[in-house]
Design a protein around this ligand. Structure first.
Ligand code: FE2
Length: 249
């Protein structure tokens, strides 16, 4: 039995939990739409996520699967990497049921239902992004247990899925879920002194990250098709970097 697979005990949420959700949604709605990818807003509009009460994951799953074939799986805590990739490959998206405390409105170290739902679900509706995530997981699952490979693949995941930028209308827009759910990170992107590199797997493999600080640099894709297409070379680039015998720390 996988202990992280749980039921969402909806009635167990307190009124404070719902208030935190509502406040996080209020802050999210106040974000400048222009800073975030139009693909995100397209998905969010389709999902029609309620903003005054925490979402019922089963109901949201039904709605999402009608558009994409993805379903949602309520989970508790961190999932072992291999299990996470297996779920993604089966188009089962894990959603943390817990919600941050009122004292963590600005920053929550652990992903919560707000991060998982508002940060990530809308982009699953984009076919190319969804294909990228599944194809990435099919490669990554083969390297579970290879410490160096896991670190390099985590960097790719981090600089795209969590911290990715995309060019739209000649401007940088956000598609990474960790930026979308962090007002401070969105502000950080406006800082011209923070480098925005063109997406390049070799460069990205050489770039460590710190999940607990504002990012020092970002990687920018031109479109989701090119992100998906980049995976064609992923394994050869990965093997090349692994052959060096060390990774940049
Ligand atoms: Fe995330």
């Amino acid at each position: 039995m996988k202990t992280y697979l749980i039921e969402q005990e909806y009635d167990a949420y307190s009124s404070e939990d719902h208030l935190v959700w509502e406040e996080m949604n209020r802050r999210q709605a106040a974000l400048n739409r222009n800073k975030i990818s139009k693909e995100y807003w397209y998905g969010l509009d389709l999902l029609q996520i309620q903003n005054s009460r925490l979402p019922n994951i089963a109901a949201l799953s039904n709605k999402l699967s009608g558009f994409t074939g993805w379903s949602l799986v309520p989970v508790k805590g961190l999932i072992p990497a291999e299990d996470f990739f297996n779920l993604i490959i089966e188009k089962k998206y894990p959603v943390t049921t817990s919600i941050r405390k009122a004292s963590e409105l600005n920053f929550s170290e652990q992903p919560d239902i707000f991060h998982d739902v508002l940060g990530h679900l809308p982009l699953l509706i984009n076919k190319k992004f969804s294909d990228f995530l599944i194809a990435y997981s099919k490669i990554a699952i083969r390297y579970v247990g290879n410490e160096h490979a896991v670190e390099l693949l985590a960097r790719l995941y981090w600089y795209t899925y969590e911290m990715g930028l995309i060019v739209e209308d000649n401007e940088y827009k956000v598609y990474g879920g960790a930026i979308i759910t962090s007002a401070n990170e969105i502000e950080n992107i406006r800082n011209a002194r923070v480098p925005k590199h063109s997406f390049n797997i070799d460069h990205l493999f050489r770039t460590p990250y710190n999940p607990y600080k504002l990012q020092n640099e970002y990687f920018v894709i031109n479109d989701f098709s090119s992100l998906f297409d980049s995976l064609v070379n992923l394994e050869s680039r990965l093997e090349r970097h692994l052959s060096y015998g060390h990774i940049t720390l």
